[in-house]
Design a protein around this ligand. Structure first.
Ligand SMILES: Cc1cc2nc3c(=O)[nH]c(=O)nc-3n(C[C@H](O)[C@H](O)[C@H](O)COP(=O)(O)OP(=O)(O)OC[C@H]3O[C@@H](n4cnc5c(N)ncnc54)[C@H](O)[C@@H]3O)c2cc1C
Length: 419
């Protein structure tokens, strides 16, 4: 007998779940609160959509520090290779960039969204926008349907055999992910691990990062220190902003910073090695060469080949030397100090940016209550979860979208079989 499935939320997880369920013969309705689907997907990867990471299943699991092991089945069933093939079939070729980040070859996230809309439609799923699901209804431990409120405010009960909750997390609320899925799952008896933002920019105590807002540093090594102990280190790109710091490596380290701040108020510092490819000795030799080359000039003018202009004044100031000093007057000790500052430019974290600015949500529906091979609730028959509503979260690099797609794929397939 044909199964009726309702999927709540037309983001990446909801689309693939709907399409997969329909392609397995189920009658699928995809309900979206917004007037248009996939609003968050469109802003991913700065509008370019880094939809997966070119790595194997173990690599995908490692990229999800938030309950990666729970995702082992899902990634094994539908991995990065499968996802790229899936999009290729829909006409979206992909390209791999630094850090094995995979993007559509066009570099346009809309192409990914269009492909998902086409997939769902071709499979026979119906997309209904302006439809906010208020509650999932279950009786005797089994799903009965959902209560939907349409744009005119009228509530309606829609009967179905299975519901897939794919409502996302609690950040970037303007895109539609307001945490409704957590509330609905809780009403049905699920434990919700307190949601919090992860991959979130950091505010700094020092004001100088704000003075160089807009400056991007590439190929640097950032190390996060909590109460004097190293808790993480990342190599890559970071950005100074009007509030502090952001960019891929800062976002990745922010997860550990956020965890450290949950129960305590630790002293958190970031140490930036601006020249990680050079040892202290090599760096000093390089500075000496530059000083000789620019003899008779100020320190400021003599470091332009080595350090971005805007950072020179900061480095020299942090080293306690006047940037206007002529290189001929710089002592060996001062030169070594400039080198040491470049290898360990330090500032302190005042806090996280507001939750809404988090790239992903950590916390959510407790993974102990979900069958990892089906994405079905262990408490309510016919209830499934997909994507960020689950207590999973990953690093930057395409892991979060891959997780949304893999869990959505399995949820759609399993919901179509529900007895
Ligand atoms: C700025 C930014 C950049 C990002 N870049 C990347 C990236 O490059 N790579 C990467 O892997 N990840 C990235 N992410 C994370 C990624 O976007 C999310 O992990 C992913 O979108 C989660 O997919 P989802 O389908 O679970 O939820 P969402 O994409 O949030 O979709 C949920 C949908 O459910 C709808 N909905 C919610 N409640 C209801 C309701 N009650 N009724 C009906 N509909 C409802 C919402 O309107 C929304 O359309 C980024 C996130 C942000 C904010």
């Amino acid at each position: 007998m044909q199964k009726d499935i309702i999927v709540i939320g037309a983001g990446p997880a909801g689309f693939i779940a709907a399409g997969r369920g329909a392609s397995q013969g189920a009658s699928v309705t995809l309900l979206e609160r917004n007037s248009r689907p996939g609003r968050k997907l469109l802003i991913t990867g700065k509008g370019r959509c880094n939809f997966t990471n070119d790595t194997d299943v173990d690599g995908l699991v490692a990229g999800m520090p938030g309950n990666g092991k729970f995702l082992y089945s899902a990634f094994s069933r539908f991995d990065s290779y499968d996802l790229r093939a899936f999009f290729r079939e829909l006409g979206v070729e992909s390209k791999t960039e630094r850090g094995k980040r995979v993007f559509p070859a066009s570099g346009i996230s809309m192409d990914v969204l269009r492909a998902l809309v086409m997939y769902a439609k071709k499979s026979g799923a119906r997309l209904k926008c302006n439809s906010t699901v208020k509650h999932v209804v279950a009786r005797d431990g089994k799903v009965q349907g959902v209560i939907v409120s349409a744009v005119n405010g009228q509530a309606q009960f829609l009967r179905c055999d299975a519901v897939i909750i794919a409502t996302g997390g609690i950040t970037y609320k303007a895109t539609g992910s307001t945490g409704d899925g957590f509330r609905m799952a809780k009403e049905l008896g699920h434990n919700i691990v307190p949601p919090r933002a992860s991959l979130i920019p950091l505010e700094t105590i020092e004001s100088w990062p704000r003075d160089v807002a807009g400056l991007t540093l590439r190929n640097v090594q950032a190390t996060l220190m909590v109460d004097g102990c190293e808790v993480g280190s990342e190599f890559g790109e970071m950005l100074f902003t009007h509030f502090g710091v952001s960019g891929p490596i800062i976002l990745s380290l922010s997860r550990a910073a956020a965890s450290a701040m949950i129960h305590a108020s630790p002293k958190i510092a970031l140490e930036i090695d601006v020249k990680p490819a050079l040892s202290h000795e090599q760096l000093d030799a390089r500075i000496l060469r530059d000083f000789q080359k620019h003899g008779g000039q100020t320190i400021y003018n003599s470091l332009v080949d080595l350090v971005p202009k805007h950072l020179i004044a900061i480095i020299v100031q942090e080293a306690g030397i006047s940037p206007a000093k002529h290189v001929s007057q710089v002592t060996r000790e001062e030169r070594l100090l400039i080198g040491r500052t470049l290898k360990k430019l330090t500032f302190h974290v005042a806090g996280l940016r507001p939750t809404d600015e988090g790239i992903v949500t950590a916390g959510g529906v407790d993974v102990d209550e979900i069958d990892p091979s089906r994405m079905e609730s262990r408490l309510v028959k016919g209830l499934f979860f997909a994507g960020e509503v689950i207590d999973i979260d990953g690093m930057t690099g395409g892991f979060n979208l891959q997780a949304a797609f893999s869990t959505g794929y399995i949820a759609g397939e399993s919901a179509a079989e529900v007895r």
